[in-house]
Design a protein around this ligand. Structure first.
Ligand code: SF4
Length: 211
């Protein structure tokens, strides 16, 4: 259904993807993509974030929400990358999760999409759909990641994450999944959780793109 699924955040380097992913907390990729062109041109390196003027940085990212906390994360991130990793984004999960503002979800996004290292990205969509598919019963993202990792070959993890998230955004919504218009209906143990009438369901589908 989604042969060309990909991250909907715009980026050119691992640092840009790391920053964009931190900014994407509690907002849409579209909103992040609106602020990153100016952000990335103003702060091209980790050292630039480390030395950023807080007020200026806050103003640029304000529209993404939670901008005090996100500003703290970006300045701290720049400092940590310069102090411990020579200003470069490290390509290892256990290093990435030590950085300010970076949890397993963000780390897996960066590994999978900037470094080509397979990662399962358990965001709100992935967790919900994994439960609906019967892949896990857990609400804990780390447990969901571990459960899915036992079911799906490692080489498919990154693309699987994109495809599941795309389906969650477009069809299998949290409140009213569009079951009657869903290409997975015959396979899905949760078919019927949303409207099964094709006309009603078709109206619930959001075509995207979301970037
Ligand atoms: S059948 Fe319904 S619950 Fe299952 S994946 Fe499709 S929209 Fe989601």
């Amino acid at each position: 259904m989604y042969p060309d699924a990909h991250t909907e955040l715009n980026f050119r380097t691992p640092l840009e993807l790391l920053v964009a992913t931190i900014l994407s907390a509690q907002t849409t990729d579209k909103r992040v993509n609106m602020v990153t062109p100016i952000l990335f041109s103003r702060y091209p390196s980790a050292a630039d974030y480390a030395a950023a003027d807080r007020d200026e940085l806050e103003k640029i990212i304000q529209s993404t929400g939670f901008y005090h906390a996100k500003t703290n994360s970006l300045i701290g991130l720049g400092g940590a990358l310069c102090e411990r990793f020579g200003g470069e984004v490290p390509p290892r999960l256990r290093d990435l999760v030590t950085l300010p503002g970076v949890g397993r979800k963000t780390a897996n996004v960066v590994l999978g999409n900037a470094f080509g290292i397979p990662g399962i990205t358990v965001d709100t969509h992935f967790g919900r759909l994994a439960r609906r598919f019967g892949w896990t019963t857990s609400d804990d993202p780390e447990k969901v990641e571990a459960d899915v990792a036992t079911l799906i070959p490692r080489r498919d993890w990154t693309m699987l994450s994109h495809r599941v998230i795309w389906h969650g955004r477009r069809v299998c919504h949290a409140r009213r999944p569009a079951c009657g218009a869903c290409g997975l209906a015959r396979l899905c143990p949760s078919y019927g959780e949303g409207p099964v009438d094709p006309v009603v369901a078709a109206k619930l589908v959001k075509p995207g793109p979301f970037s």
